[in-house]
Design a protein. Structure first.
Length: 176
């Protein structure tokens, strides 16, 4: 006989809940009318209620405004894209100019090195030519010295002369 106590128990729980928390106290400003503050305990305001106004759609807000807003968004986005493209082009131009300057600087450095190398080679060539001319002069002086005696008089020992080469054979006194 379990079915009889269950409905009685449920009915008692509902009555108990209604008696304890579901009722309101008379004079509660939350449930008392709209907007007028209620004073409790000698004139102190418990809380105020503010009137709420209905929300009406804005005048002129329609499909046309949405299209205009979308168009404005597209135009702003397009402007940002153009601005980004201009900045990118500017960066590329600056990078190209920097590379050109670097290339010109390296080309100038290469030309300077080539000029310095050419000048160094020219100096070395001139030194070699001077050394060669000095050696030839000394050889001619030696040859002229061989054609003269030690006192400066012309040699007379023609048997030591080689007409084929045009030079004099060394004398014993000139040899070591």
């Amino acid at each position: 006989m379990l079915s009889k106590p269950l409905p009685r128990l449920a009915a008692a729980a509902v009555l108990l809940a209604a008696a304890t928390g579901c009722t309101t106290i008379p004079g509660d400003p939350y449930y008392d009318g709209y907007g007028a503050p209620t004073t409790v305990y000698g004139g102190a305001t418990v809380y105020e209620t503010y009137p709420s106004y209905p929300v009406y759609p804005t005048v002129g807000w329609d499909r046309q405004d949405r299209w205009e807003n979308m168009r404005d968004d597209r135009e702003r986005r397009a402007w940002r894209d153009r601005q980004a493209a201009r900045e990118r082009d500017q960066r590329e131009r600056e990078e190209r100019a920097r590379r050109d300057r670097d290339h010109q600087r390296s080309e100038w450095d290469r030309q300077q090195r080539d000029r310095q190398n050419a000048q160094r080679e020219q100096r070395e060539r001139e030194q070699r030519e001077r050394a060669l001319s000095r050696a030839q002069r000394e050889q001619q002086e030696r040859a002229n010295r061989n054609s003269r005696n030690s006192d400066g008089s012309p040699r007379t020992d023609y048997d030591r002369y080689n007409p084929k080469s045009g030079s004099w054979l060394p004398r014993s006194e000139d040899m070591p």
